[in-house]
Design a protein. Sequence first.
Lengths: 289, 441
Amino acid sequence: MKNVMSNKTAIILYVLPSLLLVLFLIYIPIALTGYYGLMDWSGVGQMKFIGLENYKKLIHDKLFWESTWHSVLLALFSVLSLIGYLIVSLILASKIKGGNLFRKIYIIPMLMSSVAIAQLWIKIFDPMNGLINSLLSMFGIKETPLWLADPDMALYSVFIPIVWQYAGFYIIIMYAALINVPQELIEAARIDGANAFQIAYKIKVPLISGVLKVLVILAVVGSLKYFDLIYVMTGGGPGHATEVIASYMYKEAFGKFNFGYGSAIGFGLLILSMGATWMIQKMLRVNQE
Amino acid sequence: MKKKAFTWLVLLMLMAGIVLSGCSSSSSDSASEGKSGDGKIHLKFMHDWPKGSSTAYYNLVEEIIKDYEAKHPNVQIDVEVLNPDQYRDKLKVLAASNELPDVGLTWSNGFAEPYATGGQFAPLNDIIEKEFKDQFVPGTVEAYTFNGKSYALPMEMNITYIFYNKEIFKKYGLQEPKTFEDLKNIGKTLIKHGVIPATVGSKDGWPASMWFMYLADRIGGPTILTDVIQGKVKMSDPAIVKAAKEVQNLVDMGFFVKGNTAFSNDDAKGYFLNEKAAMFLTATWELPNFTTSPDVPQEFKEKVGYFKFPLYEGGKGTDINSYVGGPGLGAFVAENSKHKEQAKDFAAYLVKEWGKRSVEGAGILPAMKVDTEGLDVPQMYLDVLNDINNATNITTWFDTQASPNVSELHHDLMTALFGKQITPEEFAKQHDDALAEEANK
């Protein structure tokens, strides 16, 4: 083994294929996106070099910042929902009755395709025949909300299925981390007289903090680039009430044929995501010290 | 030393493998484009009528292709079918790499323009002149014509009507409206009885736009929206702003189904098919659903009637035979097809047979003129075909005429107008800004 690790050619041999794949499929397209952002290009035909024009437009584009705000809100909600998931997984990991069953129930939404989830929730939100409004009117509420059709409410309405969709994913990871917390520590704490809450807060959570940090970053970056449910459920509408960065990018590039500007938005999104990741890492490290 | 050489060899092979696998899709494409092993000419044909969702279209195309292959044993048509949305995207991607199918379908005006002027589609004037002289409905070929060259053979032609549920109308003693005021009164009566007057899928923008386009036609005259595209009139013209205002008046009185800004056209259609809404402004592509489609119950089909969009008191559009509508898909031939002549021949055959068989065979209105004499189709088709023959004007849908950029904006603004997120004045101004920006380019 040691022999292999010191053989540079062997290392290169093993690393190269995946390195090339990542390079060709991810990093080169990223660089190209930045490059296309310098162009005026309809996606068909000739490109025209226009320098930083697209990026200048991006900075002054009210819609872009509005969509960014929506994406940031989504990130905030996703991170807050992590607290809920943490509580659920703490309960599940404390070996309650039926915990196994609940774990499976939570994971099921994750197995469904986004489009199916979107269709399901469109039906649930339907203002006339939907599940929610039917329930509300059963309780005698006359002015039932319009959910996805109400510009002030649509954004929060789409957040619900998004958060719901990923619940299983986060819970399963936290659960796995919690299961690995050494039993001796918990027993020792119990002997010292710590109650369940103290054990959870002082022992379990700090011990899985590494995993939690990764999950926060995943939640934030995942939210910033979120696209599918929003695109299928509202298409960014009504108006631009539920527009997020990715849906805005898609509309510009594939709807309006502005591939140049679309690429600039994509590049902006990349920078925002990287900035957010960097900031979170910094913040969490400070907390630790 | 030998060992090192071996490692490098393996490395090289790996790299070659990656590079080759990257190219594999394109190399297999070029093989199917040219003559392959069986010595036949392979033509690639792409359309967006999947078997599941557009059965009648799909079957008709299959039938025509089979006949063509029977007549030309040396030609094989390789068909690729996609959903409309995927189709749009794929076409774009293929065009970017110069790999368009030999024959494919394109939407008119703004959609076709970048492909046509970008040299991706082949001009078809020669075929139109030779094989289709005076056979297309006026205004259809023009929708695919840029700088004097026509780039597609139109296949579809649709106009829009208000379809309504005759039983609901009868129940509340309502007549087909002659004027817009009548229409509003119908709405009031229906609302009073707790029936949704009309359904519209304004999330998609374009179904909502039909209401706006007709009102603009009736208030500002039949050419006004085309004039806007051509820069002769501004969107902020009082007549157009008034049309937008009337749309919002309808919204205010509760004329449209609640929550329509979250409904796609299909969601909205459900309300009409389930008889929850009395009226549905839509195009004649829905005719099969109201006449022949086995998926819709017969008793419902018998209840469906249609009327022309009523006139507006004091408006400039005084002709009820002026329609909003337009050509849908047309067949194009790729400029860099390896078998261009054969492809043109196939496209011409396809469109010609389509024109002959589509009404009877699939219930689709073709862009070719149809002789209604002796045609064995439901009465509604005969009425519509006669209406088309008597039409004084067919204004092509605004969003079809506009560039993709303005079209997308128009859809967003339509949703916002129906959702009351913008005023009619802002609605007009944002259009004007986008149109002006485009004109300056």
